[in-house]
Each structure stands twice: as structure tokens, then as C-alpha cells.
Design a binder for this molecule. Structure first.
Ligand code: SAM
Length: 418
């Protein structure tokens, strides 16, 4: 049994698109009942007036509660024995979300009634919503489809009906299309999508999508979804909660290489060219190298994972410093904190601090008493960060990136035993 959707408006013709496309087909197939009512039917004067001047003065007109009351009473009487929701679109409402669309789709699927009251002018007299909410038999929601102002609620009603209807069984041909969509249960925006031709105006489809390797494709899509969300909707990333820090696994090697390739150049001073940085990454931070590191008991890699994607990592290399100057500067250091990186889009969320704290704890648990690290002399931000977490400047060293010899400060940290 499916329920019904009623739309009340002074412009029934505005809702004509509901005859088209998937919603139109669903209506024709009897999967969905949508009735559009002309509000003026319930007006009592010769001019079929539905509005009047606002109490308190000011510009514009307000829609009369008496006309809306008669209209809603009659439309709601048709579904008096089922669950009913009156939705009042208004820019002053709570945001209309995918979660609310799902809730309303469930209501309609379960035989309930959804009535949409489309305002015009300055909106509907506030007592209308309050009246139906107070009676308690009907759920009243005032919803906004976005932070902008339309001329009327009809376009908002179309938006809401389409978002609700496509979640109802049978409306979308392939229900798999609904999985992994933006604003779904993962809380992410969808990854970018591509189709034929594989090459278009000099742009190629990412190679991984042609590989047939579904594990890799899945990881690539997750990575892009998380990146896109961080760039476009940091609020959604924040809502996911804190990242998880865990030891890296063999399957993380490609993700680690990608994070390394994106983060390493940003930490280099301007004197290091992109070619030099890329040469360093290719030699030391490729997926193959990470696979090797992950097999090596003297290397510990921790990753920060957010919504299933690696967004940062640390690499700890156990062993006394090989470089004489470093050994002299940090004689007690039993390991080097070789890398501590977080993708730029995820800075400012305390992820680097979380990774570093976990790495220091791991080092202490492993019986190490001190760590050292090299940080470029020009990278004051990193020096401040390490200083805040207990590292002190103890010396200097040189460090080669591609063809460049760089000057680093050596910093050391004495660990409290676990
Ligand atoms: N005076 C109202 C305000 O500032 O909040 C705006 C009224 S608007 C011009 C007229 C009607 O358009 C509203 O009653 C509502 O039905 C609809 N409307 C406008 N913007 C909307 C939005 N962002 N979301 C939902 N409905 C909207």
C-alpha cells in the first residue's frame, strides 16, 4: 500500500513537471499518487482572495490562515486514518536533507500522507503551522531547500517530491544507483564519475577505472569521495567525527604512496623544485617502497583514516642514527620520526597531533627512550608543531632531495617509558 502526496498552491500549473520522467512514470504506473490542488478553491470572495496585508505593517502580503485552514482540513480529511505530515516550504525553515527525504519516503511507502503547502508573497500566516502542530495529529515541518529566497513554494515542492519519490521502491529502475550517492549513510559526497569515450579533449579517464581491479577501484573512489567532501563540504567531514589512527596494512601501500606524493612537496622549501621532490618521492615513497616498509620490522607506519580513506601517516624508522652529526646531536635516539604528514585539505583538525601522539606512545611501548627527526630550517610551522609536542632542537644536518642539498635542524624528544 502506498500513500499519497498532496500539493496545495495558487499555481497548479507550476507542478506540471510531475507528469514527466521517473516521477511521471511512477504516477502512471500507480506506484505514487500525487494530487495538486488549487488553493483558491477554498477562497470565499468573488476575487478568490488568498492574501491580505501584514499586521504590524511592512511590505508585501501574507497568505490568510482561514483559506489555508479550510484547504488543509479538507485535504487532510482524505487521509485522516493514516500518518500525516504537513510540509511548509519556507526559507526560514529547517534544512531539507536527504535524511528527511528518507523519512518522508518511509511515511508515504507505509501508506501515510504528505501534504505540501506552497506559500507565495511574504509566506503563510504563522498560525497555520502552529494550529496543525498543536492539534498533535499531524506532524508539521517547516523546511528550507537552501539559503536563498524563491518567489513561491512550488519549486521547493517539486524538489522535495523528486527527492522523496526516487527513494520509493520501483521509482528508480536500478536501486543500486541509490547506493553510495552523495549525502547517503557514509556522510560523503559522491566520487567523480566518467563514461565513454576514455579520452576526450586531451583528458583521459583515470587509469584505475579501466583496470578491472574492483578492490583498487573501490579504494580510489573512496579516496576521491573523501577528498571532494573535504574540499567542498568541510562541515560534512567534521560531522564524521575524529579520524582513526591505526597501524598501516599491506593494502594501504597505494594510498600511502598517494598521500606521500601529495604531502611531501608541500613540506619542501621553495628551493626544492617539483622535479626534485618527485624524484625523492619516486625513490623513497612509492607504493612499492611502502610495501617494503610494511614488511620491515624496523619500520612502523601509522595511518590516520577518515571514512575509510588514508588522510595522513607517520613513519618511524628504528635504529641508531646513521649520520654522524645526528648521532652526536641525539646520542640516545633509538629511532627517527622520518615522516609525519596530513593531507592539506585535512589540516586544522588536530590530525597531525593525533598521529604524533599515537606514534610517540607506540615508540614508548616499544621500549625506545628517545626519538629524533630532521626538519627543514625554513619550515617554521613544522618546527613549532614538533616543539609543542616535546621535541627540542639539538643540532643540524644536511639532507638530499633529488639534486638539492637541504639544511635541516635536528630535533630530539625524550620519551617517558610506558
Ligand atoms: N518572507 C519570506 C522570508 O523572508 O522568509 C520569504 C517568502 S518567499 C518570497 C515566498 C515563498 O517562497 C515562501 O513562503 C516559500 O513557500 C517559498 N520559498 C522561498 N524560498 C524558499 C526556500 N529557500 N525553501 C523553501 N521554500 C522557499
Amino acid at each position: 500500500m502506498t500513500g499519497r502526496i498532496d500539493v496545495l498552491t495558487i499555481f497548479p500549473g507550476y507542478l506540471a513537471p510531475l507528469e514527466l520522467s521517473l516521477v511521471g512514470k511512477a504516477r502512471a504506473a500507480g506506484l505514487l499518487t500525487v494530487d495538486v490542488h488549487d488553493l483558491r478553491t477554498w477562497a470565499s470572495d468573488r476575487h478568490r482572495t488568498v492574501d491580505d496585508t501584514p499586521f504590524g505593517g511592512g511590505a508585501g502580503m501574507v497568505m490568510r490562515p482561514d483559506v489555508w485552514g479550510l484547504a488543509l482540513d479538507e485535504v487532510l480529511s482524505t487521509g485522516a486514518d493514516v500518518s500525516q505530515t504537513v510540509l511548509i516550504p519556507t526559507p526560514a525553515g529547517e534544512p531539507f536533507t536527504q535524511a528527511l527525504a528518507e523519512e518522508l519516503a518511509l511515511l508515504v511507502c507505509a501508506g501515510g500522507q504528505l501534504a505540501l503547502a506552497c506559500g507565495r508573497y511574504e509566506g503563510i500566516d504563522a498560525r497555520v503551522g502552529e494550529h496543525y502542530a498543536r492539534a498533535g495529529e499531524v506532524n508539521v515541518r517547516e523546511v528550507s531547500i537552501g539559503d536563498y529566497v524563491l518567489n513561491g513554494g512550488e519549486v521547493a515542492a517539486l524538489v522535495i517530491i523528486e527527492a522523496v519519490a526516487r527513494l520509493m521502491p520501483g521509482v528508480i529502475g536500478n536501486p543500486d544507483s541509490l547506493v553510495e550517492e552523495s549525502h547517503g549513510s557514509a556522510g560523503l559526497l559522491e566520487y567523480p564519475v566518467y563514461t565513454k569515450p576514455p579520452s576526450w579533449r586531451g583528458q583521459d579517464v583515470p587509469e584505475v577505472l579501466l583496470s578491472g581491479d574492483h578492490g583498487r577501484i573501490g579504494r580510489w573512489r573512496r579516496r576521491r569521495a573523501v577528498d571532494r567532501t573535504a574540499q567542498r563540504r568541510p562541515d560534512l567531514i567534521e560531522a564524521l567525527g575524529p579520524a582513526q589512527v591505526r597501524p598501516a596494512r599491506a593494502l594501504d601501500a597505494e594510498a600511502l604512496a598517494e598521500v606521500a606524493a601529495r604531502t611531501f612537496p608541500l613540506a619542501c622549501p621553495p628551493s626544492v623544485t617539483p622535479t626534485d621532490a618527485a624524484a625523492f618521492v619516486a625513490e623513497n615513497l612509492s607504493a612499492e617502497q611502502f610495501r617494503r616498509y610494511l614488511r620491515d620490522r624496523r619500520r612502523h607506519v601509522l595511518v590516520a583514516e577518515l571514512a575509510g580513506a588514508v588522510v595522513g601517516y607517520t613513519l618511524l624508522v628504528v635504529g641508531a642514527p646513521e649520520n654522524e652529526r645526528v648521532r652526536a646531536a641525539a646520542p640516545d635516539a633509538g629511532a627517527e620520526l622520518s615522516k609525519c604528514y596530513v593531507l592539506e585539505d585535512f589540516h586544522g583538525q588536530g590530525l597531525a597531533a593525533l598521529l604524533l601522539t599515537e606514534t610517540l606512545a607506540l615508540a614508548a611501548r616499544s621500549g625506545l627512550t628517545a626519538l629524533w627527526l630532521g626538519v627543514n630550517r625554513a619550515n617554521e610551522r613544522a618546527q613549532r608543531f614538533y616543539g609543542k609536542h616535546g621535541f627540542e632542537r639539538v643540532g643540524e644536518r644536511t639532507f638530499t632531495v633529488g639534486t638539492r642539498t637541504e639544511h635541516d635542524y635536528v630535533m630530539a624528544h625524550t620519551l617517558r617509558s610506558a
